[in-house]
Design a binder for this molecule. Structure first.
Ligand code: NDP
Length: 657
């Protein structure tokens, strides 16, 4: 409702008109990009029909002889905790289990991971320029426990990978992993009250792979979010005769340099093409521009690129301010989240104080404790969406103005300008990316929303023009996190069977997302998972997992206090359904994504389609997040724990049954 003052001045109606014009411009730009094939426009590299494209998924980093020399995991071995995923997520779960006292000795934990080492995202991604875009002090997990001081405000890939190994060592987990391993299925045995987990261990090119059956009292799925590299189905891509690789499997034998030395001497004299202009490409392109003869950046949708402000950690500031008090890291994570979700307290200092912490409209995706539930009436929804656009406007305008200031050629600047709300794609930050388009050998090939037409033996074709290339980098991202409607088993590409042989896939197909707090589901005792549905979310994934892991560790510890070390804990059906109702009540919050340009956040536009019937609409609503933001989610979990963390669970002892 307009205030009397703004009615008198016409201020609010002017704002509304600007807002509407902006939404119209966004809609026009999005319309250029919608495709009827949605996620089917991509192929996961592992499923590509051409051998050449399929091979792009192979692990360039695994040290097979060192891994083969380790003591073999025995077929039939039983562990207390098996954790699928040895990235930051899995490590944070394990560290919290250790801290809560439920891990006590040998044979308690085994990580399973397809990678050849710890690190997850930071194991696979080693491309030149790789940094985490979230401040290292809040992104690098367990800094207080490990005592590590990040070198810079934003950590680079090698530092992030080292830190994964540091955490493993610190919590005595470093020899508790079976790498190069894919999990096929997990079956709950209700007689013995254990999970039976079928896996295949790849032993590299020199040895046969091994199929094993393991047992676990508790099974955790921490398989990550953006993990399955994919490529657009560009006609004849496999016929390109130059070098080609995906950013998540960087080929330093071609580019020169190493993961920790980005002196890419192999690019000298070469014409390098890169498809994609997302968060990864923003970091890669400036590195390519240093030594390549020509760089062609094939763009479908420009990224929103704000300032970075990288700087070394000041030891004095670290000691006296950043890490001065016990509990500083979680406090800083919360502080960043409050600023990002428009929920900063009166007079509160923005500790992170970077661009990310100022993208308040990102709360369209991660919720906000300030705004609460949106009544799903048309007027309320319109009001909510208009408010988000208004909140976003200063940020996006600043980014657009920055682009125009940095990029000297006005046509190139216009093409590099992002026209969509900040919540549609990962916002990006760089003090180098836009600048390189002023260099004569860096060429923007703008496909005007259409994408690359085809490949030839010699290069890529856009709008009938062939661009000859020696090297082609696919910076084309990963399978969408929405894959499988948020079913954690589907995201991890495994089959999970609970009590009475019921599969998690069937449960999700029948009723949609069904969890308590996004973390466990009825019918699947002693199963815990990282969620994308029905849970609190933050832009900083490490913050989110930290909150989940502390809570789960307490549930396990409480269950063992109640039922002994062979506890079996299963969320009650009524608790799960009551939670689904709470989630659905808040689902209207996410309406603002309807104005989005396609991308992985909207499953390439598929999430924007009107549900075909009421049942589909309910499933969609059930798969939303907790729209009141992470801080409110934490308070909810704290209240839950204070009132007795086990009241939503059946807890029995396996030995008693
Ligand atoms: P994205 O999915 O964000 O980007 C893929 C790019 O490929 C897009 O620019 C896309 O265009 C483009 N593309 C797809 N198909 C075609 C085509 N046919 N022709 C031309 N271009 C095409 O993947 P990224 O690897 O860049 O990033 C994925 C995510 O990884 C990030 O959003 C972020 O969450 C994470 N990441 C995180 C970092 C961090 O610091 N924490 C750093 C880097 C990545 P279009 O936009 O039109 O679809």
């Amino acid at each position: 409702m307009a205030s009397d003052e703004s009615k008198a001045t016409g201020g609010e109606s002017q704002d509304d008109a600007t807002n509407l014009r902006l939404q119209q411009k966004y809609a026009e730009e999005a319309a250029k990009r919608f495709r009827s094939d949605g996620v089917a426009q991509f192929v996961d590299l592992k499923d590509a029909s051409s051998d050449r494209v399929r091979a792009l998924k192979d692990d360039p980093w695994a040290d097979h002889s060192a891994l083969n020399a380790k003591p073999a995991v025995k077929d039939g071995a039983r562990y207390k905790f098996i954790i699928l995923g040895a990235g930051y997520g899995g490590l944070i779960y394990a560290a919290n289990l250790v801290k809560s006292g439920v891990v006590s000795g040998e044979g308690d934990v085994l990580f399973l991971d397809a990678a050849g080492g710890f690190g997850g995202t930071w194991y696979w991604n080693r491309y030149p320029g790789l940094h985490c875009d979230i401040e290292s002090y809040v992104y690098m997990p367990l800094l207080e426990e490990t005592g590590y001081i990040p070198k810079n405000k934003y950590a680079d890939g090698p530092e992030l990978l080292d830190h994964a190994n540091r955490i493993a060592k610190h919590f005595d987990l470093d020899d508790k992993a079976l790498f190069r391993t894919t999990v096929q299925s997990a079956h709950w045995n209700d007689e013995s009250k254990v999970w039976h987990i079928s896996i295949t261990e790849d032993r590299g090119p020199e040895e046969e792979s091994r199929r094993l059956e393991l047992e676990a009292q508790y099974f955790f799925i921490a398989s990550g979010v953006l993990t399955v590299p994919h490529a657009p189905k560009i006609p004849s891509l496999e016929t390109f005769s130059g070098y080609m690789f995906h950013t998540s499997r960087w080929d330093y034998s071609v580019s020169g340099g190493k993961p920790d030395n980005w002196n890419l001497t192999g690019l000298q004299g070469k014409r390098v093409g890169i498809i994609g202009t997302g968060a990864t490409a923003i970091q890669v392109v400036p590195q390519l521009a240093k030594l390549a003869k020509e760089v062609y950046v094939f763009q479908r949708t420009p990224s929103s690129v704000s300032w970075r402000g990288q700087r070394p950690t000041d030891p004095e500031e670290w000691k006296t301010k950043i890490a001065a008090k016990k509990g500083w890291q979680i406090a800083r994570m919360k502080n960043m989240d409050r600023f990002l979700t428009d929920a900063a307290r009166e007079g509160e200092e923005n500790l992170v104080a970077d661009s990310w912490s100022r993208v308040t409209a990102y709360s369209a995706l991660v919720g906000s404790p300030r705004w609460g539930i949106i009544e799903p009436t048309p007027e309320k929804i319109d009001e909510h969406v208009a408010r988000l656009y208004k909140l976003d406007q200063p940020y996006t305008e600043q980014v657009r103005a920055r682009t125009a200031t940095i990029v000297k050629d006005p046509d190139t600047a216009a093409r590099l300008t992002a026209w969509y709300p900040s919540w549609c794609k990962r916002v990006t930050f760089s003090d180098e990316y836009l600048q390189v388009f002023n260099l004569p050998h860096v060429h923007l090939v703008d496909t005007e929303g259409k994408g690359v037409d085809s490949a030839t033996k010699d290069g890529l074709v856009v709008a009938g023009k062939e661009y000859p290339l020696d090297i082609l980098v696919l910076s084309t991202g990963f399978r969408t996190p929405g894959h499988g409607g948020g079913n954690p088993a589907e995201r991890a590409d495994i089959r999970v069977f609970g009590r009475e042989g019921k599969s998690l896939h069937d449960k999700w197909d029948e009723q949609g997302a069904s969890t308590l707090h996004g973390l466990y589901t009825n019918g699947f005792p002693n199963l815990f998972f990282s969620a994308v549905a029905q849970t609190g979310q933050a832009a900083n994934f490490v913050f989110t997992v930290t909150v989940w892991a502390e809570h789960i560790a307490q549930v396990v510890a409480d269950a063992e206090r109640a039922a002994g070390p062979r506890a079996v804990v299963e969320v009650k059906k009524e608790a799960e359904e009551a939670w689904a109702v709470e989630i659905m009540k808040r689902a209207a919050w996410y309406t603002s994504i309807l104005g989005c340009t396609p991308g992985y956040i909207t499953s390439e536009g598929q999430a924007l389609q009107t549900p075909k019937d009421a049942a589909e609409m309910v499933k969609k609503a059930r798969s939303s997040g907790w729209s009141e933001g992470m801080e409110s989610f934490i308070q909810l979990l704290e209240k839950y724990r204070a009132e007795g963390s086990l009241r939503a669970f059946e807890v029995v002892s396996a030995t008693a049954s």
